[in-house]
Design a protein around this ligand. Structure first.
Ligand SMILES: [Zn+2]
Ligand SMILES: [Zn+2]
Length: 348
């Protein structure tokens, strides 16, 4: 079968013929893939930015982890009612052997392997996963929408980490699909003003407006403070959520944050950021990191998708067939794209 793989610890990904998957064993299943989103992680893996060295022992490995499909084969011990079901896949495969797993604290497994990172993923016709990683998709949600679940769990976790209170003034840095999802969940959490800022980001800011957020700024050629001056005259931001991965943004963001404000860092940063800790202390500010969401978030995000599917479809800017998966990753790395999907089945 055709698969988009990372084969060597250097720049690039390659679409190539690989062996068919083995039959599922035990509680494993095979999912016939319908739609898989291109994540910022896939772009980082293709560019081989630092932080993904642990993938080396899995290479060659098929990438792609934001996926939805139908269960098409069951291992002998997999739950029979999964057969034929449309599912989205939680990419984090537990080891069931580390101290956290053994005490039932599975959200903190230290031996996990990510589908599409540490084991074969979904830029392929089929993917093999444990049945416990399959999350049934509610009726009425099509595959490309359900494939948004994983990135939206990241967004929801960021907003939960920020502890947004009704009326909070929120700034979202980075208008890509993670920034867009963060804005949606901030709105649902009752935020007051939600301002979204990009840098040289006309196409993605247009998509932000299409999602219903009218307060946008572009900091091209000026500082963040200058770009956001229309909103910061009398009051700083209570919460800033950063989804740019640009270390230089962190000190600029702290300067726009209110006393006792929270800066939540979601981007993956290729280098350390400089922080004036004395100012942080005197302003009683907090910097919080946010990453993978707990298992319980998945059902909440699927319900969120089901409540307003057509609004969320606006996050998807481009669709490619599997045989153009390399182009899909290249597109996702550029500033024209919001969520790029590799579509392998019918859209319904
Ligand atoms: Zn992702
Ligand atoms: Zn474990």
């Amino acid at each position: 079968m055709l698969a988009l793989q990372k084969t060597e610890p250097r720049q690039g990904v390659v679409l190539q013929e690989v062996a068919a998957l083995p039959e599922p064993a035990g509680r494993e299943v095979i999912v016939t893939v319908e739609a898989t989103g291109v994540c910022g992680t896939d772009v980082h893996i293709a560019h081989w930015t630092p932080g993904y060295e642990s993938m080396e022992r899995a290479m060659p490995v098929t990438i792609g982890h934001e996926t939805c499909g139908r269960v098409s084969r069951l291992g002998p011990e997999a739950p029979p009612d999964l057969m034929g079901r449309r599912v989205t896949i939680r990419p984090s495969v537990l080891c069931h052997a580390c101290p956290a797993c053994l005490r039932g604290d599975e959200d903190n497994c230290s031996g996990r392997r990510g589908v599409g990172i540490g084991r074969n993923g979904a830029f392929a016709p089929e993917v093999l996963v444990p049945a416990e990683n399959c999350v049934p998709v509610p009726d009425g949600l099509d595959a490309e929408l359900a494939a948004l679940t994983e990135p939206l769990t990241v967004c929801r976790e960021a907003v939960d980490t920020a502890q947004i209170r009704p009326g909070d003034r929120v700034l979202v840095l980075g208008p890509g699909s993670i920034g867009q999802g963060i804005a949606l969940f901030a709105e649902a959490a009752g935020a007051g003003d939600i301002v979204i800022c990009g840098r040289d980001d006309a196409a993605r800011l247009d998509r932000v407006r299409a999602l219903g957020f009218g307060q946008v700024a572009d900091s091209l050629g000026r500082s963040l403070a200058e770009a956001l001056a229309p909103w910061t005259g009398d009051r700083a931001f209570d919460v800033i959520l950063e989804a740019t991965g640009a270390p230089s943004v962190i000190p600029e963001a702290l300067a726009l944050l209110a006393r006792r404000g929270r800066l939540v860092v979601v981007g993956i940063h290729p280098a350390p950021a400089q922080v004036d800790l004395t100012a942080l202390v005197r302003n009683h500010q907090q910097i919080r990191g946010s990453y993978r969401a707990p298992v319980a978030t998945w059902a909440e995000v699927l319900a969120f998708l089901q409540a307003d599917p057509e609004r969320l479809r606006a996050m998807i800017s481009h669709r490619f067939p599997l045989y153009r998966a390399e182009d899909a990753v290249a597109m996702a790395g550029g500033k024209q794209a919001s969520k790029v999907m590799v579509i392998q089945g019918e859209r319904s």
